[in-house]
Structures are given as structure tokens and as C-alpha cells.
Design a binder for this molecule. Structure first.
Ligand code: SAH
Ligand code: SF4
Length: 393
């Protein structure tokens, strides 16, 4: 692996020892970075930004020297001030079923997990993380046992897509027959607690002159941060998924403690108001199947009543166990009978096949070793950046 660097500082535009990375900036931020660096005259900044954009996001290049339509001297000036590098891939695992998981170190102490699942969505889905850890403590989720380390920057979210495409050989952006056809924000963290980073990342990966993923193939999953739903729809036009998991507040309060703040009735009202919902753009409700907890036929019927009139599909997720988890997955027959009730009521209710369980890559199994760094330690690290081995020279 070549140059690696701290994407977080680069993206925030803070002065850093390392040269800032351009490859995770939004278009306006990229043009601004060029102008403020004086590497490019202001009147040429937009044009240069357009060229760089295509090289970085359509061709996936990580070296200014490959940007052959930019004059040699300009390339040299850019390379003196910036990089277009990837973060370090610390670990890559491939499951028996073809699922791939990458552990990516985007900054000192910041490790992110990303999972590619073949044959999901149109061709294959990338499950990206929006935070390291999570502030919410859903009782069935491994990530919920890890304290929030911090929000990921847009650059760190985009880097997950770039790393996956490097590994899948998807540069330049193919028009057809893509292996990575969908992106789902279902990795670590609660995306609606990081809406700014998530929305900027969606702008970058959906840009037509770059990775060009349709916003309709990008799904944001939330445990139910009701006040942010309207902003998510307006700002991103992404597809919405709601982690419901229960049909009454008493049980949902236990499974998804955020329910105490935003109970089911408020959540459902927020979903009904989500911009752009229609039969062609349905909301997905996720429902994890927990043996003896939420899997009775009475609950299936209650689910049908709860969702009446919402253009929806229901994704039944067999519970994926993790070290130390106390729940069990419902029996297969129970899940099928539950699904049949939903189907009879007219809902598509696919049962999500567990993928990548052998490498702990399935839904809710992600948890990195990153620890929350105390503020004092962080200050020390900033004061002595040379001591951090994965910061670029
Ligand atoms: N924080 C967001 C997105 C990440 S979780 C959210 O909660 O929606 C992605 C999905 O995996 C959610 O539906 C979550 O409820 C589900 N999940 C979490 N732990 C799981 C587990 N152990 N088995 C199956 N699904 C799980
Ligand atoms: Fe956080 Fe989602 Fe896991 Fe709940 S299910 S702890 S919101 S990542």
C-alpha cells in the first residue's frame, strides 16, 4: 500500500502536517481547496476541479501523474500540495459465500468496517458505516456495545466505496454490469446522527461524472431519529429504511431504546411524511427475527395493521448472533409463517439470507477495536503528529 493518511483532518480542511487529500471532497470543497492553495489560478479552478473530479471519481486514479490532460507543471504543483490517496486497508476477509469485509484505518485510532454482499440489490450491495461505534444501544446489535468513537467525515464514507471498487476492479465507472450496484448505510453507526457527512458522501458517490450511483440505489437505514427524517429526504433523495423490530412501545423500548424518545406513533407519522414516497419508491421496514421475543403471528398481524396505507416492503432479518449476545434467531418455520401473514396482506417481505456470518460481516455483527480516545490523548497526538505511523510524510 502506498501513501496513507489521515482523511479526517484533510477533509475538515484543518492545517495538517500531511498534504490534504482531494479524493473525498465535495465539488465546491474541491474547487475551494484548489483556489486557496494557489496551485491553480482562481479563474481556472472550476475547470481544473472538473478534470480532477473525473480522474478521481470516474477513473479512480490515486496519482496525479496519471492525469494526462493536466499540464505536467500543474500536476507537479498539485502533488506538492495535495494527495489523492486511499486510506490503509488493515484487513480484508472473504466469506465462503463471497461476501467481502474490509477493515479500513482512516486516521490514527479510527477503524471502519465495510462489507460487500454479492447478489443483493441489482447486482451487489456495499454496506457502509457512518460512525465508528454508536451512541444507541439496541440490545441485539454488536455495534451497540461499542461506545461512539466519532462521526465519520464524508471523505471517510466515500473512501469505503473507493476501497471496495479498487478491490472489485470497478474503475473506470462501468455504465452497465456493475458488481457494486447499491449502497446501503447499514454498517456501523446511526446515519441520521451524522446527516451532514452522509449527505455530502451521497452527493459525491451519486455524481454523474464520477461513481454515478443513482440515489434510488442508495438506502439509508435509521433506528428512528424522527426529527431528521424530513431533512434526510429533502437533502439526499435517498431510499429510506426503518429499523422497526417491534409493533408495540413496551417491546421496542427494550430492543431499540431510542424508542423512548421517539415512540412508534411518532415514527410512523414521520415515515408517512417522508418526501417522495410512492409505490415506486417504497420505504423498507427492517424487522429482526428474535426467537420468542417478537416473532408471533399476532405480531405479524399487528405489523400489517401498523403499516396500513404506507407504500412499504418489509425485510425480515434472521438475527445474527455475536460473541456475548443473549438473543436467539427464530426458527426458520416461524420466520416463514410470519412472512406468509405479511405476504397475504400484500407486502413483499423477503427474508434476508444471512451473509458473511463466518467472518462476522452480517447485519449487526460489525464492531471495530477502535476505542474512544480521551480528549487529552487526542490533543497530544495533534501536538506530535510525527509519532503517528500512518500519517503521510
Ligand atoms: N443504525 C442504523 C443502521 C445500522 S444497523 C439502524 O439501526 O438502522 C443495520 C440493520 O441491522 C438495522 O436494521 C439493525 O437493526 C440490524 N441489526 C443490528 N444487529 C443485528 C443482528 N445482530 N442481527 C440482525 N440484524 C441486526
Ligand atoms: Fe446503533 Fe443501528 Fe446498532 Fe442500534 S442497530 S446500536 S442504531 S448501529
Amino acid at each position: 500500500m502506498g501513501v496513507t493518511l489521515d482523511l479526517s483532518r484533510a477533509a475538515a480542511g484543518e492545517p495538517a502536517q500531511a498534504r490534504p487529500n482531494l479524493s473525498g471532497l465535495t465539488r465546491p470543497a474541491l474547487a475551494a481547496a484548489l483556489v486557496s492553495s494557489a496551485a491553480v489560478p482562481p479563474e481556472k479552478a472550476r475547470m481544473r476541479a472538473g478534470q480532477l473530479w473525473r480522474w478521481m471519481h470516474h477513473y479512480g486514479v490515486t496519482d496525479f501523474d496519471r492525469m494526462t490532460d493536466i499540464a505536467k507543471e500543474t500536476r507537479a504543483a498539485l502533488a506538492e500540495r495535495f494527495v489523492v490517496a486511499r486510506p490503509e486497508v488493515v484487513e480484508r476477509q472473504v466469506s465462503r459465500d463471497g461476501t467481502r469485509k474490509w477493515l479500513i484505518r482512516t486516521a490514527p485510532g479510527i477503524e471502519v468496517e465495510t462489507v460487500y454482499i454479492p447478489d443483493v440489490g441489482r447486482a451487489g450491495a456495499l454496506c457502509v458505516s457512518s460512525q465508528v461505534g454508536c451512541t444507541l444501544n439496541c440490545t441485539f446489535c454488536h455495534t451497540g456495545t461499542q461506545a461512539l468513537v466519532r462521526n465519520l467525515t464524508a471523505a471517510e464514507i466515500v473512501a469505503q466505496v473507493q476501497v471496495a471498487r479498487d478491490d472489485l476492479g470497478e474503475w473506470p465507472s462501468p455504465k452497465e454490469d456493475r458488481r457494486l450496484s447499491n449502497v446501503v448505510f447499514m454498517g456501523m453507526g446511526e446515519p441520521l446522527y451524522n446527516l451532514g457527512g452522509v449527505a455530502d458522501a451521497i452527493d459525491i458517490i451519486s455524481d454523474n461524472e464520477g461513481i454515478a450511483l443513482s440515489r434510488r440505489r442508495i438506502t439509508v437505514s435509521t433506528s428512528g431519529v424522527v426529527p431528521e427524517l424530513a431533512a434526510l429526504g429533502a437533502r439526499t433523495q435517498a431510499m429510506l429504511a426503518i429499523s422497526l423490530h417491534a409493533t408495540n412501545d413496551a417491546l421496542r423500548d427494550v430492543l431499540v431504546p431510542l424508542n423512548k424518545k421517539y415512540p412508534i406513533a411518532e415514527l410512523i407519522a414521520g415515515v408517512r411524511a417522508y418526501p417522495g414516497l410512492s409505490n415506486a419508491r417504497r420505504v423498507t421496514f427492517e424487522y429482526v427475527m428474535l426467537k420468542g421475543i417478537n416473532d408471533s403471528l399476532a405480531e405479524a398481524k399487528a405489523l400489517v395493521r401498523l403499516l396500513a396505507g404506507i407504500p412499504a416492503k418489509i425485510n425480515l432479518i434472521p438475527f445474527n448472533p455475536w460473541p456475548g449476545s443473549t438473543y436467539e434467531c427464530s426458527d426458520w418455520g416461524t420466520i416463514e409463517r410470519f412472512a406468509a401473514v405479511l405476504n397475504r396482506a400484500g407486502y413483499a417481505s423477503p427474508i434476508r439470507t444471512p451473509r458473511g456470518r463466518d467472518i462476522l460481516a452480517a447485519c449487526g455483527q460489525l464492531k471495530s477495536e477502535s476505542e474512544k480516545v480521551r480528549a487529552s490523548a487526542r490533543r497530544q497526538a495533534v501536538a506530535a503528529p510525527a509519532a503517528t505511523p500512518d500519517t503521510a510524510p
